[in-house]
Design a protein around this ligand. Structure first.
Ligand code: PGA
Length: 248
């Protein structure tokens, strides 16, 4: 496979500088021979300390959000330049929790991802359907909208990572089956092919996210279109190393 797998953690609003540093120190020797790219997306205030803790290792540090403006009157927000200054390489954009609780829309996702790209930060763009959308058969329609609006104006689609996260699987312990995740991610790849070009779509990294853990990671990662994982709960523990080493 020409796509290098990519396992990223999403700490959400968890950990402190002390507990985060301790976990990174424990993870470093365990993930050092990984055959995939490895990142931890952490709360903004922890970024400087976690970048220091991960220094010299193969663990990259990412942010959980990014504002679209370069600077200005946006109280509480953080710009791409500020993140870049501390060595941030990835940023999660449009996580379903941001869509659900903080008014994120496909349009703001699009603005944020362009700010990330302009700063040389790789956006991890989250898409996914809710339980009712899956049950009423509109999953593909929802994903198509999230992708066509969210990715508008992107010149080099290979610079974007997509995370398919069915909302009903996030933090619920309910994982999509290997087949469900494969089928939906194959649809996402096909749609990216239509929106950009079929050849480029083959090069885009698409992760699965939603209750992925040390037990179910092997089956998910064995699917032809699943290139990695965005890991919430299990990235707060040493289990993250087992997921990173899914192929061993
Ligand atoms: P989870 O979260 O692994 O705890 O389900 C995944 C995510 O929200 O990115």
């Amino acid at each position: 496979m020409s796509r290098k797998p990519f396992i990223a953690g999403n700490w959400k609003m968890n950990m402190t500088a002390a507990s985060g540093k301790k976990l990174i120190e424990e993870l470093k020797p365990l993930v050092k021979n990984a055959n995939c790219d490895v990142a931890l997306c952490v709360p903004a205030i922890l970024i400087p300390e976690m970048v220091k803790a991960a220094k010299g290792s193969n663990i990259k540090i990412g942010a959980e959000n990014i504002h679209w403006a370069p600077s200005g009157a946006f109280t509480g927000e953080i710009s791409a330049e500020m993140l870049k200054e501390y060595g941030v390489e990835y940023a999660i954009i449009g996580h379903s929790e941001r869509r659900q609780y903080f008014g994120e829309t496909d349009e703001t996702v699009n603005k944020r991802l362009h700010a990330a790209l302009n700063a040389g930060i790789t956006p991890i763009v989250c898409v996914g359907e809710t339980l009712s959308e899956r049950e009423n058969g509109t999953t593909n329609e929802v994903l198509d909208r999230q992708l066509s609006v969210g990715l508008a104006g992107v010149e080099d689609i290979k610079k974007i990572v997509i995370a398919y996260e069915p909302v009903w699987a996030i933090g619920t312990g309910k994982t999509a089956t290997d087949e469900q995740a494969q089928e939906t991610i194959a649809h996402i790849r096909k749609k990216i092919g239509e929106l950009f070009c079929p050849n480029c779509a083959q090069k885009v990294i698409i992760q699965y996210g939603g209750s992925m853990n040390a037990k179910n990671c092997k089956g998910l990662m064995a699917q032809p279109d699943i290139d990695g994982g965005l890991i919430g709960g299990a990235s707060l523990k040493i289990d993250f190393a087992t997921i990173v080493n899914f192929d061993k």
